[in-house]
Design a protein around this ligand. Structure first.
Ligand SMILES: NC(=O)c1ccc[n+]([C@@H]2O[C@H](COP(=O)([O-])OP(=O)(O)OC[C@H]3O[C@@H](n4cnc5c(N)ncnc54)[C@H](OP(=O)(O)O)[C@@H]3O)[C@@H](O)[C@H]2O)c1
Length: 231
């Protein structure tokens, strides 16, 4: 794995992935929403190229991979770990929050991938974090689960489209993790959740390992979406 773009490098998952890849000797380009957080939270040397973007700027999302090619000289892998949670019954989610959830969790990752496809060559791979909500969407998370499911469906089709040219798309369906993701929800309050899984172990097993081997299918973590009740 030589040259990697990590989108969402300020987050728990993106930060862990970026640091692990850097330790393994990869050249890592970092993209995040906020320059200061990108410098602080990535905890990576200042010579790693950095770029600020916002999920609502879809053209800016699509421009990230071409920027990474210019910055690193090549691009072999892309990690997309952008997302935001949202909770509440459907009637309690206002339209601005619904739009936010769909934009950050579906449209922005799709734009990043769309921009990356033309610049990746055979042997390239893209890992995109969706979530175990795709397999078991709980009540009280309709908008978040719908956005992740839209993304997962899109990734499945794109993966089939890209197979013949040797570019792999990995749909990473992580379970609920420790790290405070649910507390940063854009709307509503999370249900009472059991302790989350260890983020470092899950990132290694379900994101980094599949990017180096060759499963073309969704990479499902242990069952239980965000640990929420399934009723
Ligand atoms: N943690 C879990 O329990 C869990 C479980 C299953 C799936 N996932 C998925 O895993 C991915 C990473 O989650 P995480 O735990 O690492 O969450 P996190 O720590 O909250 O990180 C989320 C990342 O998304 C970025 N982001 C949020 N809104 C954005 C916007 N409008 N524009 C640009 N970037 C934006 C954040 O940037 P800032 O740092 O600037 O806010 C951060 O880099 C997400 O897709 C999430 O849905 C998480």
């Amino acid at each position: 794995m030589n040259a990697v773009l990590v989108v969402g490098a300020t987050g728990t998952v993106g930060g862990l992935a970026a640091r692990a890849l850097h330790r393994q000797g990869a050249s890592v380009a970092l993209a995040g929403r906020n320059a200061e957080r990108l410098a602080d939270r990535s905890r990576l040397p200042g010579d790693c190229p950095r770029r600020v973007f916002d999920a609502y700027d879809l053209d800016g999302c699509a421009a990230l991979a071409p920027w990474a090619v210019r910055s690193l000289g090549r691009l072999d892998r892309v990690v997309v770990a952008v997302g935001v949670a949202g909770f509440g019954r459907a009637e309690s989610v206002d339209e601005a929050a619904a739009e936010h959830l769909m934009t950050v969790n579906a449209l922005a990752p799709m734009a990043v991938v769309r921009g990356a496809l033309p610049v990746l060559e055979a042997g390239g791979a893209i890992g995109v974090v969706t979530g175990s909500v795709v397999d078991a969407p709980p009540q009280g998370m309709a908008d978040y689960a719908a956005a992740k499911t839209a993304l997962a469906t899109w990734l499945g089709v794109v993966g089939r489209e890209q197979r013949a040219r040797g570019v792999r798309i990995v749909d990473v369906r992580l379970p609920h993790l420790e790290g405070g993701f649910t507390a940063r929800a854009v709307t509503g309050e999370p249900p009472r959740l059991p302790p989350g899984a260890d983020p470092a172990a899950e990132v290694e097993r379900h994101l980094l390992a599949p990017l180096t081997d060759a499963p073309g299918r969704p990479h499902r973590a242990s069952p239980g979406l965000l640990g929420a009740p399934q009723a």
